[in-house]
Design a protein around this ligand. Structure first.
Ligand code: ADP
Ligand code: MG
Length: 381
């Protein structure tokens, strides 16, 4: 794979790369739409990665090519780079250089070749994988000495301010910081993280990922509107963030809010509770107990936060009906992927049940795979 990356790089950039870096996509086990409310999240990194092979340039230019792109090389000067200057996919890696330069880090030009097996727009965070692989590459190329969480924050800044997607910090933290065999318990307020061992295999379980093939689009304003709704609710409750509303105070707080904000607040508060409950179950080694927590999380996203869609709802329903211990949509919503916790012998049965339900409903066939908690961004060659 490394040789292949070097050969691909050479075909485009007419030189050998200095190295190859990889960063994974992610699924979030629980804790959805909590990261911009200062709450808790619990993602794992996928085995699927985006690889960036790279070398420095001395003329200050960025030459960016992706095997998943349109066959052209984006060529821009790093100096004078500003949000809006780069259209298309190349804004993600260009944004990482921009964010690093803006933060005062001594970065220069580079040639990049990108290749990935993370499905894009499937709620599996190909954008963070691209940003974090780029950030890891630049960190080494220019010997910046930044830590994984620091690179994640740079990547988030690139996506927020350069690409223009108002995402929280979960995806980048997962892609940069996850470790093999663990889930990342992240407090998005303090950025305190804990790597929680998650040995599904030892527990006789599998995590089935179902990509519904419905492309979500977080840039379409719905996400920004939800985020603004949460911030308005926190303001009305005179709280710094919804994270600060204790579950015991939920009912009286809802009475003080306009009707349209109540379900948003209920989701965020109960979802933070579900993350803590999951951590509890994991601490006791009771992995099967996660199932009902996942399904309850999905109901909350469907009924209160209203970010599911017919395909994600059907995938959850069919998986649970076929014997999954629990299932929920993962990622921002409006499509994307569903995760299902299933017994070791059952991924094929559950997967076929979902496939068959999609066929009956006339939906595009989903793509399914099982995932184990994998490593975050790293140099691979
Ligand atoms: P997700 O992060 O859930 O996959 P996003 O909409 O946040 O979905 O990001 C998807 C976008 O990221 C793609 O439309 C593309 O612009 C960019 N992208 C991700 N991976 C690659 C890649 N390997 N090559 C080119 N662009 C990519
Ligand atoms: Mg994304």
């Amino acid at each position: 794979m490394i040789d292949e990356a070097a050969t691909d790089f050479e075909a485009v950039h007419a030189a050998r790369p200095s190295g190859v870096w990889a960063a994974p996509g992610r699924v979030n086990l629980i804790g959805e739409h909590t990261d911009y409310n200062d709450g808790f999240v619990l993602p794992i990194a996928l085995p699927h990665t985006t690889r960036v092979s790279a070398r420095r340039r001395t003329d200050g230019r960025l030459r960016l090519y992706s095997a998943q792109g349109d066959g052209t090389t984006t060529d821009v000067a790093l100096e004078g780079l500003a949000p809006g200057a780069v259209a298309s996919w190349a804004s993600y890696p260009a944004g990482v250089f921009w964010a690093l330069a803006e933060a005062g880090h001594p970065v220069g030009g580079a040639d990049l070749f990108v290749d990935s097996d993370v499905p894009t727009g499937a709620g599996l965070s190909s954008s963070a994988a691209l940003e974090c692989a780029t950030a890891a590459a630049v960190n080494d190329l220019y010997e910046l000495g930044l830590s994984a969480p620091e690179l994640a924050l740079i990547a988030q800044r690139a996506e927020n301010a350069f690409v223009g997607v108002p995402c929280g910090v979960m995806d980048q933290m997962a892609s940069a910081c996850c470790t093999d065999g663990t889930a990342l318990f992240l407090d998005t307020r303090t950025l305190e993280q804990r790597h929680v061992p998650l040995d599904l295999t030892a527990a006789g379980l599998r995590l089935l990922v179902i990509d519904t093939r419905v492309k979500h689009d977080l840039g379409d304003g719905a996400y920004a509107a939800l985020r603004a709704g949460c911030e308005r609710a926190a303001g009305l409750l005179e709280l710094p963030a919804l994270r600060d509303l204790p579950p015991a105070d939920l009912a009286p707080a809802l009475d003080r809010l306009p009707g349209e904000l109540r379900p948003l607040v209920r989701h965020v508060v109960t979802e933070n509770g579900r993350v803590l409950e999951t951590i509890d179950h994991l601490g006791r080694g009771d992995l099967a107990a996660l199932g009902p927590v996942l399904t309850a999380g999905h109901a909350s996203l469907r009924d209160d936060f209203r970010v599911s869609c017919p395909e994600t709802d059907l995938a959850v329903e069919a998986a649970v009906a076929a014997g999954a211990l629990g299932a929920r949509m993962t990622g921002g919503g409006f499509g994307g992927s569903v995760i299902a916790l299933v017994e070791a012998g059952h991924p094929a049965v559950v997967s076929e049940a979902v496939r068959s339900a999609f066929r009956s409903a006339g939906f595009t066939a989903p793509v399914t795979f099982t995932a184990v908690p994998s490593a975050g961004a790293r140099r691979v060659g």
